[in-house]
Design a protein around this ligand. Sequence first.
Ligand code: FES
Length: 144
Amino acid sequence: MLDDLYQQIILDHYRRPRNKGKSDPHDFVAKENNPLCGDEIEVTARLKDGKIEEIKFAGHGCAISQASASIMTTKLTGKTLADAETFITSFLKMMRGEHLFGGKELGDAKALEGVLKFPVRVKCATLAWHTAQEGITSLKDGAK
Ligand code: FES
């Protein structure tokens, strides 16, 4: 059971988190917490030529939340805001158990699908993604 949950990719991201810290300077910052446990994640990102040049996460939480945040940063780096939003939407759909036509485009992020077997942990796995979504939305709202 635990083998399923802590797959190799998840463990690797937990042990060697990518893009941990704060983007400085940054174009957006967002903070969200998991109401079930109070853990909080902050996401900062810097854009260049309409793409996410750098995206980082800070804060604390369980292994799944940290690994998921790390995976999120690797998947969104280099994407336009629109592509990042599409990717986040696909990921969140997967975490609701919706069919994704194989979900191949999700790459490493697909490893988190196993968390679906543990419904109480789904919020851990989606926390950083919701936070990034919030940051992108705030940027778009600010541009209006
Ligand atoms: Fe707090 Fe997972 S237990 S984020």
